[in-house]
Design a protein around this ligand. Structure first.
Ligand code: CA
Length: 416
């Protein structure tokens, strides 16, 4: 009988987020990662509530099929619980959570999965993604509209098509049964890991760090090294073949992330009065989800979103062109104003062998002079005392035209 020889669970808030909306659980047979979403005090509540409901199924089963059914029922029960909670706490409207769960049963395991958290299997020195992302971009990839490379950088890559929450009363949950082999390493993680750490890096850690705690820490560190813009949660399950040592006999179950904290919303907010009319009109959909993590599933809507993305890209390009145009106009106007200012200035200088009043400033911009002769005076340089001549050749600044004329008068008086 295959058992979890050792497991590890680790959750980190990351480097950007204000709170940790991920939750993780490592029990005796059950291992779960949940990534919550929703505005103020929503996502952390959703993932913690889901995990606490699902962990009630952590027991022994006769078959992997029984475990599969139990997991699916638990996820649906968690979904109903979230909807009930939103009904009582309107401020949590739109909260939801992904769930990816593993239940070990003998030489098999059952998986239940919804959302974009992932389960990977490391076996025979190869890492394989076992779950499929229920994301908008994965739908686009599956239908051939974009490539996986485009999906990785797509602006809507975090939009989920399916989650547990208050939107859908019977969400579609993926369940599967897999063989388990001694030496397997099953990795459950939130997109805070898989979205920022490459499969190659994960493979390197899983193939070189045998201790699950150390491996989980290394994986979280890889995400932190990438800047960790999101919460990061890792649950790692190592399968050994001893058969008589189950994890539960060694260590108590571990909860990490928001599931490890007390639920904070219950005390803060008074019970909301019953809002029966809205509920009757739109069962379980009395208010739209608050953020864009969930989108209804239909081909028409997908096409609409693709068109909208294109429109946005086009609008961004137009906005750029306008911004560049405005900047260019501002620069031209600035140059004209600067030139205009230079033409309010005067100075006295030499023009060949005679003295002249110049309009502008004594500088050139590239090949363009910023001054021109305004008035010839008829005073020859030769008629000036040598010191005065030198001063004229170096140019004499004037504050105004009349100032320049005063200078000419003084020069006339010293010339001979
Ligand atoms: Ca996340």
């Amino acid at each position: 009988m295959a058992t979890s020889g050792k497991s590890a669970a680790l959750s980190h808030i990351g480097k950007i987020r204000a709170n940790n909306q991920d939750s993780g659980y490592a029990g005796s047979s059950l291992f779960v990662v949940a990534d919550g979403m929703g505005g103020h005090a929503g996502g952390d509540v959703a993932s913690a509530m889901a995990i606490k409901r699902i962990m009630l199924t952590d027991t022994t089963y006769n078959s992997a099929q029984d475990a599969e059914f139990a997991l699916q029922s638990a996820l649906l029960a968690a979904n109903a619980l979230l909807a009930e909670t939103v009904f009582d706490h309107q401020e949590l409207t739109g909260m939801g959570t992904t769930v990816s769960a593993i239940m070990l049963v003998g030489t098999e395991l059952a998986i239940a999965h919804i959302g974009d958290s992932r389960i990977y299997l490391y076996r025979d020195d190869t890492i394989t993604q076992v779950t499929a992302d229920h994301t908008f971009v994965q739908r686009l990839v599956d239908s051939g509209r974009i490539t996986p490379e485009e999906a990785a950088v797509h602006p809507r890559r975090s939009v989920l098509m399916r989650v547990l929450g208050d939107v859908d009363s019977s969400p579609e949950i993926d369940t599967t049964v897999h063989d388990v082999r001694p030496g397997d390493r099953w990795l459950l993680c939130s997109d805070g890991l898989s979205g920022y750490v490459s499969d190659e890096k994960m493979h390197l850690v899983l193939s070189t760090v045998p201790d699950p705690d150390a491996a989980a820490q290394r994986l979280v560190k890889e995400s932190l090294d990438q800047g960790a813009p999101d919460n990061v949660t890792v649950v790692l399950v190592d399968i050994d073949d001893s058969g008589d040592v189950t994890r539960s006999s060694m260590t108590p179950p571990v909860l990490v992330g928001s599931a490890a904290e007390p639920l904070s919303f219950e005390a803060d907010v008074p019970r909301r009065p019953l809002r029966l009319p809205t509920l009757l009109l739109h069962p379980l959909r009395a208010t739209p989800p608050a953020d864009e993590h969930f989108e209804p599933e239909s081909e028409e809507y997908l096409d609409e979103l693709i068109l909208e993305d294109r429109r946005r890209a086009r609008n961004r390009r137009i906005a750029w062109l306008i911004a560049i145009g405005v900047a260019a106009i501002a620069i031209i106007v600035g140059i004209l104003l600067a030139y205009q200012w230079t033409q309010t200035r005067y100075f006295v200088g030499a023009d060949g062998t005679t003295v002249a009043i110049y309009q502008g400033v004594q500088a050139d911009v590239g090949p363009l002079p910023l001054s021109s002769v305004y008035q010839e005076t008829g005073i020859t340089l030769a008629s000036l005392p040598s010191y005065t001549r030198q001063t004229v050749e170096d140019t004499i600044s004037a504050d105004s035209l009349s100032d320049a004329r005063d200078i000419i008068e003084r020069l006339t008086s010293v010339s001979n």
